[in-house]
Design a protein around this ligand. Structure first.
Ligand SMILES: Cc1cc2nc3c(=O)[nH]c(=O)nc-3n(C[C@H](O)[C@H](O)[C@H](O)COP(=O)(O)OP(=O)(O)OC[C@H]3O[C@@H](n4cnc5c(N)ncnc54)[C@H](O)[C@@H]3O)c2cc1C
Length: 427
């Protein structure tokens, strides 16, 4: 790169949001560069395992034929765990709509990076952006080591810990209850073994989320996704919960993998990868100021993740926010004005998009998921009641007395009914 080169847009971070913005801008002929601190695209990106496809199909028609899709999800499971048992709700379907797929995020982002380059964008890895160039109150470019690069606009797509956005005064630090730490292990197993164990046909995949013991009964949960010849397992625990329980998340994931339900599913597999990452958990409440003079904020940097306990949307929201940022830049370019007033179009367009619609629709979810009964009382109760109900001695037990007996001193019937109503209403 030449010193003091000027771009239409500089994008910091080659995750799904930065690459979404770059792809959309490069496609319309903009001179755009993505700077990524990892040694290669994908090196720093961590997630559970599943991406919802709708947004990608719309923006990159035919992406399914080209993208590194490993399996289409046909099996959904939500499992409640106590220390030794598991109660699972399972949906098995052909999901012919190809609604979501399992892939490795690093491979997927690498593929997106190729798409950016095919459309004329530049992606440079191994460069950490250290600072913004700010003149007056306007962002004019970035500083990376000795290099200074200028652009009409900078997109901060740094992910969950956006140092530049803080420097630009767009966001502050997360509070411990607004962010979770996720730890993930990838386990290699032959394709046929995965398909047998999860009752899958070739190309089909299973997604399994867990509540209860998975997070050692704290705020959080576990996940398991079957890729082609690997299984990803992991736990996500809210930072306040991890601090309060004084237990390391690494120990929690180790206990999770040793749980009898999980250990059978990953038996004889070889761990090939281990990673940890933060994930925004505050929903709409964690969305900061999204634009300033010459700067836009996308993806996790803007808090665009929705965790409903049984679905997690982050990658598709990240990508779409990048696409909408690109659309805003095209409009600003037409008007020849990159001030906050023109860039405010970004927020307006996001509000009309599925990103804000979903975050708004589920605005009560972070609060709902701050109820410890969902993570401790109910998973334990469900497992205990089902164990007793299925244990046939001389006399079988009726469900209602069993329920009353197990609930004693733990939760009242009124609280249980209230919790059920709040789930049905808000989730
Ligand atoms: C454990 C876990 C499980 C998850 N499960 C799912 C799931 O199953 N499905 C789903 O859709 N979402 C899931 N998510 C959320 C999802 O991963 C994110 O929402 C999404 O990847 C965010 O994309 P992004 O581009 O905003 O950020 P990131 O993917 O974090 O990318 C940011 C990039 O910016 C780079 N960067 C940062 N700072 C700099 C700098 N100063 N200079 C240069 N480069 C920089 C980083 O190296 C990184 O590559 C999960 C997240 C976690 C942690």
């Amino acid at each position: 790169m030449e010193m003091e080169e000027k771009f239409d847009a500089i994008i910091v971070g080659a995750g799904a949001s930065g690459l979404g913005a770059a792809y959309s801008l490069a496609k319309s002929g903009f001179n755009v560069v993505v700077l990524e601190r990892g040694q290669r695209i994908g090196a720093k990106n961590v997630y559970g395992g599943r991406i919802y496809s709708h947004v990608f199909e719309k923006e990159i028609p035919g992406f399914k034929e080209d993208a590194p899709v490993e399996r289409w999800v046909t099996g959904e499971r939500l499992t409640f765990l106590d220390d030794s048992s598991a109660a699972t709700l399972e949906l098995s379907s052909d999901f012919s709509s190809e609604n979501s797929f399992i892939t490795t995020l690093s491979k997927f982002n690498e593929w997106l990076g190729k798409k950016v380059e095919e459309t004329g964008g530049l992606v440079i890895s191994g460069i950490k952006v250290d600072d913004l160039i700010i003149e007056g109150s306007t962002v004019k470019g970035i500083v990376a080591g000795e290099e200074r690069l200028f652009a009409d606009v900078v997109i901060d797509a740094e992910g969950v810990n956006p140092i530049l956005a803080k420097k630009a005064g767009l966001r502050g630090d997360w509070n411990p209850h607004e962010v979770a730490v996720g730890v993930k292990e990838v386990i290699k197993l032959p394709e046929s073994v995965i398909e047998d164990r999860f009752n899958l046909n070739h190309g089909e995949g299973a997604a399994n989320l867990f509540l209860g013991y998975a997070s050692r009964y704290g705020f959080g949960g576990g996940f398991l996704y079957t890729a082609k010849d690997t299984i990803s397992i992991g736990v996500v625990v809210r930072v306040d919960s991890a601090i309060a329980n004084r237990i390391s998340v690494y120990d929690i994931v180790e206990d999770f993998r040793l749980h009898p339900y999980i250990s059978k599913l990953i038996k004889d597999g070889s761990p090939i990868e281990y990673s940890a990452h933060l994930v925004p958990e505050a929903g709409i409440h964690g969305v900061p100021k999204l634009y300033g003079n010459g700067i836009l904020l996308t993806g996790d940097a803007a808090g665009f993740v929705l965790n409903r306990g049984f679905t997690v949307r982050g990658v598709d929201f990240a990508f779409l926010s990048g696409v909408i940022a690109a659309e805003t830049i095209r409009k600003a370019h037409e008007e020849g004005d990159f001030s906050a007033s023109t860039l405010s179009h970004y927020e307006q367009r996001l509000k009309e998009s599925v990103v804000f619609r979903e975050l708004e629709n589920f605005r009560k979810v972070p609060n709902l998921l701050s109820n410890l009964r969902f993570f401790e009382t109910y998973p334990k109760l469900l497992c205990e009641i089902l164990k007793d109900a299925y244990t046939v001695g001389e006399d079988s037990k009726k469900i209602y007395p069993l329920l009353k007996n197990k609930m004693r001193d733990r939760v009242s019937m009124i609280t249980l009914i209230r919790d059920i109503i709040s789930v049905v209403r808000n989730l």
